[in-house]
Design a protein around this ligand. Structure first.
Ligand SMILES: Cc1cc2nc3c(=O)[nH]c(=O)nc-3n(C[C@H](O)[C@H](O)[C@H](O)COP(=O)(O)OP(=O)(O)OC[C@H]3O[C@@H](n4cnc5c(N)ncnc54)[C@H](O)[C@@H]3O)c2cc1C
Length: 249
């Protein structure tokens, strides 16, 4: 339950407020406004101006408060990421939910988080002590606290996204996102299960992608599907992603 609300106009002021106990950043509020057992104070980030998308060389810098819909509509957004965002949530949620809030609250069924993991997104977090940038692979399992100000993704690669769900608009039972750089570096992320998407492979080439996909899901059993089913589907989707990036020379 939200017990108090602040809307600072500078990052310095926001950091001072966030240094107080039981105080959380408020992005779009689509998750934070749901009923919660704990009591906490929120610091609304909307007046900080963290809402721009900027191409910097081979990277796309996405401010923390950019909405999923804003990113989806950006001409610079990679096609596979657009596909993953569209599947992540409805237009109403996408128009309000921010990129930072979505990465902090998204679970393993988040198609957005899965695609960002494949793209090796970098997350910039600021505290009153320092500013640090970490890879999404380190960020997702820990979800460290601190104010996220920016998320960067590379643009110099080919990418593909595939998913299996009960219906085309449902959350995935298995989804696969693949990014491949001109050097041959290949990153495969799998979603559809657990508390966070899984990085199945980050190699200098794509050999062994099927066994990487299989190994990543060998314990991925829940009420939606068995691990055996997920392993089979993960292999198929990973190969499809690889074919898609190979045919898109
Ligand atoms: C109907 C509905 C269905 C959903 N289904 C799913 C689902 O199936 N799978 C799934 O993964 N998610 C699901 N979600 C959650 C969805 O991922 C979130 O609602 C949304 O993406 C959160 O974005 P937000 O900007 O609204 O975050 P908020 O609600 O504002 O915040 C979410 C969390 O992120 C933190 N946060 C926000 N901004 C920052 C920042 N800049 N720096 C640091 N921390 C920050 C907040 O403190 C909070 O802990 C669903 C939500 C709704 C409303």
């Amino acid at each position: 339950m939200i017990t108090n609300y602040f809307r600072p106009e500078t990052i310095k002021e926001a950091l001072e407020l966030l240094s107080q106990p039981d105080t959380r950043p408020l992005g779009g509020g689509t998750w934070l406004n749901q009923p919660h057992d704990e009591k906490f104070v929120v610091v609304d980030l909307q007046a900080l101006g963290l809402n721009k998308i900027h191409k910097a060389g081979n990277n796309l810098d996405i401010d923390a408060c950019v909405t999923l819909q804003q990113l989806l509509e950006s001409p610079e957004c990679p096609v596979a990421l657009k596909q993953a965002i569209r599947l992540d949530s409805s237009l109403n949620i996408r128009s309000t939910a921010t990129v930072a809030g979505s990465l902090v609250s998204g679970d393993g069924r988040s198609t957005f988080a899965t695609a960002m993991l494949a793209l090796d997104a970098k997350i910039t977090t600021t505290t009153d002590q320092s500013t640090e940038t970490s890879g999404i692979g380190e960020f997702l399992p820990l979800r460290p606290t601190g104010l996220i100000t920016k998320i960067s993704i590379p643009l110099n690669f080919k990418t593909a996204f595939e998913m299996v769900a009960r219906t085309p608009a449902d959350k995935p039972i298995v989804c696969a996102a693949l990014a491949q750089w001109t050097s041959g570096r290949t990153r495969l992320a799998l979603g559809g299960y657990g508390k966070a998407p899984t990085l199945a492979m980050d190699g200098t080439e794509s050999d062994g992608i099927d066994s990487a996909a299989q190994n990543a899901f060998h314990e991925a059993s829940d009420e939606w599907a068995s691990a055996e089913y997920r392993m089979d589907v993960a292999i198929t989707l990973s190969k499809r992603c690889l074919e898609a990036v190979s045919s898109n020379q």
